[in-house]
Design a binder for this molecule. Structure first.
Ligand code: NAD
Length: 472
């Protein structure tokens, strides 16, 4: 149900309207872009392990079909409602447009806390949800392609593709009905870390802009920058990993049970293993406990990465946020009130709608792989290596010098699937960041990067509708 007091969807609409003022598109066309095209709200019974029957509430929203298929993750969370799924579906439309992924936007949600269910119960819920989608023609490689989101991962995607394929025998492209699958089930190497890596590439690109950094009183580059990460799930873990590997210092990590701080830096893998072993992030060796998890958001740092859920930075805590840059890894972590307060403080907010597009970008690569039925790099890897070896041997004989074995191995290397996926992602995130910043630089009236990102998205979606000839 739409919550009239607070609506995530209305917040997205407000941001859209603010940006639309900087465009010249017809009002009716803008209304069409904003609207959610289809909302499927379902209820279905599932028998639990103890014999009880539970009625499950779930959603799939297709925000836009200006490109097919439409695409977006499936979330398992108690906070799922129609408003949230509509908001997330619309963000998917804008996200795909910005990163030039030719999909419309969609999103799914099941209103459950996955921690309260056994694996077998979760499998039954996921499979039943999938068959409901099949029944209403809400899933398929050319229709609507789900992916993981909060509370779901490879395992759930494997259940979905298996259910879909068994209901659609003989469909040659069935593997393309969902992305984020395990590699053995048609997944692509590099998908798991894609969103966190995309967050890193996007923030790094902003940090490499000397002019922008000067305005914030920071030096260019990510090296040495102090980073705070909220949420040690898929996105938070990988964001922390790539910042640390590129020389940033992850001084704090927050989970829902509390946060930990170490000025010398934390290693996300060690923290993850500690949490797995003890059931809590707290009491990590060498770190200080922060009992109230949200206090970590208010720490002195250069970059804050909220990678858990929406609305965590809002009217009540925004003025205490000290980070110079906020990289919105989660969807909607800042409310519009927080935006206003932080923009006044000149905090640079790198917006969710493109910053966390790494997942959908690599999902696009996975979908292409599924449709082409061939692993990336399979055809050219060996050819490249043979050619590189040949060139190297020629150069050695011409110069009379030889390179070390390690150098030879490096130069010869032909791209594997994961290399190509990471490279495609890096290119996508750099281009998107530059496009958004160029729009912002060109029009100084645009108040913030989020608005510039929306302008970028609106222009691309509107152009696409126009080219369809629906709005002559
Ligand atoms: P996840 O379930 O893997 O991880 C979320 C983590 O946040 C969990 O470890 C959870 O315990 C923690 N958390 C929950 N509430 C918290 C709180 N109040 N304080 C601190 N930590 C808290 O989910 P994910 O896939 O990493 O998604 C995180 C966010 O990123 C979501 O907003 C999601 O929509 C967005 N996102 C995810 C992807 C993706 O590819 N997975 C892509 C785009 C956007």
């Amino acid at each position: 149900m739409l919550n009239e007091q607070y609506s995530f969807f209305h917040n997205v609409e407000r941001s859209f309207d603010k940006a639309a003022e900087f465009t010249k598109w017809d009002k009716g066309l803008l209304e069409q872009i904003k609207a959610c095209n289809s909302v499927y709200r379902m209820r279905f019974p599932v028998k639990m392990d103890d014999g009880r029957i539970e009625v499950i509430e779930a959603y799939r929203v297709q925000h836009s079909q200006h490109k097919s298929p439409c695409k977006g993750g499936i979330r398992f969370s108690e906070a799922v409602d129609q408003d949230e799924v509509m908001a997330l579906a619309s963000l998917m439309t804008y996200k795909c447009a910005i990163v030039n992924v030719p999909f419309g936007g969609a999103k799914g949600g099941i209103k459950i806390n996955p921690r309260n269910y056994s694996t077998y119960e979760l499998e039954k819920i996921t499979r039943r949800y999938t068959s409901e989608l099949v029944k209403k023609n809400f899933i398929g490689p050319g229709i609507d392609v789900p992916a993981p989101d909060y509370g779901t991962g490879e395992r759930e995607m494997a259940w979905i593709v298996d259910t879909y394929a068994s209901l659609k025998p003989g469909e040659i492209d069935a593997a393309g009905c969902v992305t984020g699958k395990p590699v053995s089930q048609g997944g692509v190497r590099g998908r798991k870390e894609a969103t966190g890596l995309g967050v890193f590439y996007g923030v790094r690109e902003v940090c490499n802009m000397a002019g922008r950094m000067k305005k914030l009183g920071l030096t260019p580059g990510v090296k040495g920058k102090k980073v705070v990460v909220q949420g040690l799930g898929n996105v938070g873990y990988h964001s922390a990993k790539f910042f640390r590997e590129h020389g940033s210092i992850v001084i704090a990590i927050a989970e829902y049970e509390g946060a930990i701080y170490n000025a010398n830096g934390l290693n996300e893998e060690e923290v993850f293993q500690h949490r797995k072993a003890t059931g809590s992030i707290l009491n990590f060796p060498g770190a200080t406990n922060i009992e109230k998890s949200t206090d970590a958001l208010e720490l002195e740092c250069d970059i804050l990465i909220p990678a858990a859920l929406e609305n965590v930075i809002n009217g009540s805590n925004a003025d205490r946020i000290k980070a110079k840059i906020i990289g919105e890894a989660a969807n909607g972590p800042l409310t519009p009130e927080a935006d206003v307060i932080l923009n006044k403080k000149s905090t640079l907010i790198v917006p969710d709608m493109y910053l966390n597009a790494g997942g959908v970008t690599v999902s696009y690569f996975e979908w292409l792989k599924n449709l082409s039925h061939v692993r990336y790099g399979r055809l050219e890897k060996r050819f490249t290596e043979n050619m590189n070896s040949h060139i190297l041997t020629q150069m050695e004989s011409l110069t009379g010098k030889t390179v070390s074995d390690a150098e030879r191995k490096f130069i010869m290397h032909g791209a594997e699937e994961v290399d190509l996926v990471h490279s495609g992602l890096e290119e996508t995130m750099i281009t998107a960041t530059q496009e958004i910043i160029a729009i912002w630089d060109k029009n100084p009236e645009i108040p913030d990067m989020r608005t510039a990102a929306y302008v970028c998205a609106i222009n691309k979606v509107a152009t696409s509708y126009n080219e369809l000839g629906i709005f002559p």
